[in-house]
Design a protein. Sequence first.
Length: 224
Amino acid sequence: MPNRAVAFDDLWKKWTYFALVPLEEGQFKVWTWGRFACLGDSVHKMTPNAGQGGNAAIESAAAPANQIYLLLEETKGAGPTYDQIKRSLSGFQARLDQRISAILKTSNDLTRAHALKSVAARIMVQYFVPQMGDYLVDLLSDMYIGAELLEFLPPPHRFLLATMPFNLTQGLGKHESRLRRALWALPLLAMSALTVRTMTMAGLMYPVFHGIFETSRFEWKGVF
Ligand SMILES: Cc1cc2nc3c(=O)[nH]c(=O)nc-3n(C[C@H](O)[C@H](O)[C@H](O)COP(=O)(O)OP(=O)(O)OC[C@H]3O[C@@H](n4cnc5c(N)ncnc54)[C@H](O)[C@@H]3O)c2cc1C
C-alpha cells in the first residue's frame, strides 16, 4: 500500500496475539514511618499514558534527598535524633503530596480519555484535541516546570531559559485556587462598577457642569 497512511485499524486486523494488561492506579495516604520512607510506584502508582510514573518516582527520590540535606545542615556537628529523622522524612511527603496527586489524576484521566471511556472523552479526543496545537505541549510542560529540584545543586541552566522555565511555585498542582483569585478580583470589579456608575452620573451632571464652565457661576436648576 504505497503512499497510504497505515491506521491502527490496519494493524488490528492482522493481530496474531494480544493481551489486556491491568494498570494499577492509586496513591497511599502514608509514605513514611519512623526511619522508613517509600518512594515511587510503591506509594503513588499512576497509569503510563502520560509517561509520568518514572518522573514522579525520581522526584520522590529527590524530595527526601532535600529533606536529609536540610536535616544535616540543621544538625551540623551533632548527629540527628530519631525524632528529627522521623520529622524530616515525613516532611518529604508534605512537599510532594499535592503535586503528585495532581499528576496522578492527570495521568489517570488521560488513560480514560485514550480509552474513550465517556461521551465527554470521545468529544474531547475526536473534536477538540486535534485543534489544540501547542496548547497540548503547554499542558505537558505545566507538569514539568514545578518539579522537585535538588536544592544543594544549581539548577541546569537550560531549564531557566525556556518559554515555560522551571519554577517551583508554579505548574500542575500548584495553581492558585480559582475561588481565592475571584475573591482578590472582587475589589477591582467593585471599582469598575463604581467607575461605570460615576461616569453615568457625570453624564447626568453635564448640564450643571456645562453651566458652570460657560458662565463661571453655579446655579442649581435641579437635575434629578
Ligand atoms: C507500559 C509502561 C510505560 C511507562 N512509560 C513511562 C514513561 O514513558 N515515562 C515515565 O516516566 N514512566 C513511565 N512508566 C512508569 C515507570 O516505569 C514507573 O513509574 C517506574 O518504573 C517506577 O519506578 P519504581 O522504582 O518506583 O518502581 P519499579 O520500577 O517497579 O521498581 C521496583 C523494583 O523493586 C523490585 N522488587 C519488588 N519487590 C521486591 C522485593 N520484595 N524484594 C526486592 N526487590 C523487589 C522489583 O522487581 C523492581 O525492580 C511506564 C510504566 C509502564 C507500565
